[in-house]
Design a protein around this ligand. Structure first.
Ligand code: AMP
Ligand code: ZN
Length: 495
């Protein structure tokens, strides 16, 4: 059987995967900044790593999957200036920052459940690890890679880069970086514009603040991931993932922090998931070019002609390789829906197949399974895997005539493999495939409905009755009845 190879963004090449500890994998993925609803772009990245998590487990690895929640330290300019994203939102909504964090963490979890992602093994928060971040900052100062200035602490990129290849992950050249940055205007405490904050002094207006050896302040955004990955996975662990946009500065700075504090660069393999685009442009919270999960499920968006199930969206996303850009469109979703239905119908046919035919058929199930494994072992190539699943669909259809394509043993073996690929690895909902219904489908439906009803509640708050009624009517057309009561809306399924 082929061996798992992963494209390491650090080396820029496909590498055989050799875990630090045999049979175990340490996986760290940068989680969301919980200051607004996650959009489908964010969802794509988390689904990409859910697939990685699932396949590693399918391969028999014991995986410790750490995915953090960024609830402090991520500033509005994605660098070292301005307000905290969570704090800024709290001011606008006149809420406590932790109310913002709670609201959007709950939303994130609902979305993840609706898309049938497996929960990570540990989901640490930045605010829960202030002590570790202060300790790492102290270590970096002690090792000579950081300096204190006026209550803030900065990583000294110029000194570090004399002995370490700063820019090694993103492929940036330090001289080009220097010429690309503006000179300090005397207002900054930094020694060089390339330096980045480990700890920032909190101005009087900054709400989210903690006591530290340098006075009241808050941690720099990059530091939390170094502190938490080291704490839970060790100084050297297997895989670090995130979206492509995090390569620089976030992950570059993480490597520098890890090397500076521990002498090790953190992850052995860096994986970067590519972007989901809408109308050819990156989905992004800041530009507003987004589609929200609630809009996808309800169909309430100018970009959509109807709503789609989370499984169809998941199928659509895994039909592209995680390193390719994927453009979202209604036509592409319609095509994915048709493909998904073809696949699930074939599985139902196989499930209902009763005996008959020779023991072994003409379709070589073992060789087919090898091809599926080869696809996934080649950097988690899910589109090729799905193409193989459609080869199996053809064999199932051909077998219907005389049972000779699969044969009895072949049919049983194929059924086991197909179920495992579709539900265990690709994370599609078994229930949406065979509509038998079960606890997990109910949970997923509840999570999806929570998102849809929340979108409708917001529309009602803004007195946008057209949207609110459209959501209710579309749900009704799909057999879901919404009832509005004094404590909010509930739903029931019309039998
Ligand atoms: P954020 O909450 O902005 O820190 O983003 C959470 C994750 O979503 C990060 O790994 C980002 O790289 C990823 N992400 C953001 N925008 C997109 C997009 N358009 N497509 C795919 N992933 C994205
Ligand atoms: Zn991170």
């Amino acid at each position: 059987m082929s061996q798992l190879h992963i494209f390491d963004s650090h080396q820029g090449s496909l590498q055989p995967f050799r875990p630090v500890q045999e049979g175990h994998v340490g996986l760290y993925v940068c989680g969301p900044t919980v200051y607004s609803n996650v959009h489908l772009g964010n969802v794509r990245t988390f689904l990409s790593f859910d697939l990685v998590f699932r396949y590693l487990q399918y391969q028999g690895y014991k995986v410790r999957y750490v995915r953090n929640i960024t609830d402090a330290g991520h500033l509005v300019d994605d660098a070292d200036e301005g307000e905290d994203k969570v704090g800024a939102r709290a001011k606008v909504e006149k809420l406590e920052p932790m109310e913002i964090v709670q609201r959007y963490t709950v939303d994130f979890h609902n979305v993840m459940r609706a898309f049938n992602t497996l929960p990570p093994s540990i989901e640490p928060t930045a605010t829960g690890h202030i002590v570790e971040q202060i300790a790492m900052t102290q270590q970096l100062i002690a090792n000579g890679w950081a300096y204190e200035a006026n209550g803030s602490v900065y990583f000294d990129v110029e000194t570090y880069s004399q002995t370490h290849p700063y820019g090694e992950l993103s492929g940036r050249n330090i001289d080009e970086m220097r010429s690309g940055t503006r000179d300090l205007d005397g207002q900054s405490d930094k020694r060089s514009p390339l330096d980045f904050a480990l700890w920032k002094k909190a101005s009087d207006a900054h709400i989210m603040r903690w006591a530290s050896p340098w006075g009241d302040g808050f941690p720099g955004w990059h530091l939390e991931c170094s502190a938490m990955s080291t704490k839970y996975l060790g100084e050297t662990f297997d895989i670090h993932g995130g979206g492509m946009d995090l390569k620089f500065p976030h992950h570059e700075c993480e490597i520098a922090q890890n090397k500076g504090a521990t002498g090790c660069g953190g992850a052995n393999v860096w994986m970067h998931a590519n972007m989901l685009t809408l109308n050819g442009k990156r989905m992004s919270k800041s530009t507003g070019n987004t589609l929200l999960p609630g809009e996808l499920l309800s169909g309430d968006s100018p970009h959509l002609t109807k709503g789609y199930s989370a499984s169809v969206a998941r199928f659509f996303i895994h039909q592209a390789h995680y390193r390719s850009v994927l453009d979202f469109s209604d036509e592409a979703l319609q095509a994915a829906e048709k493909g998904y239905q073809r696949l699930t119908h074939a599985l139902q046919t196989l499930e209902k197949r009763v005996g008959g035919g020779p023991a072994k058929g003409t379709f070589d199930v073992d060789a087919w399974q090898e091809r599926c494994l080869d696809a996934m072992n080649n950097d988690f190539n899910s589109p090729i895997l799905i193409a193989h699943l459609f080869d199996a669909v053809k064999a199932i259809q051909a077998d219907q005539n005389d049972n000779s394509h699969l044969g009895q043993e072949g049919a049983a073996a194929l059924l086991g493999h197909m179920r495992a690929w579709m539900f265990e690895v690709l994370g599609l909902h078994p229930e949406s495939a065979n509509s038998t219904g079960s606890g997990s489908s109910q949970k997923a439906l509840d999570a999806a409905m929570h998102i849809v009803l929340d979108a409708r509640r917001k529309a009602r708050e803004q007195k946008d009755w057209a949207t609110s009624d459209a959501i209710r009517d579309q749900l009704a057309a799909g057999g879901i009845q919404v009832k509005d009561g004094p404590d909010g809306s509930t739903y029931s399924i019309q039998e």
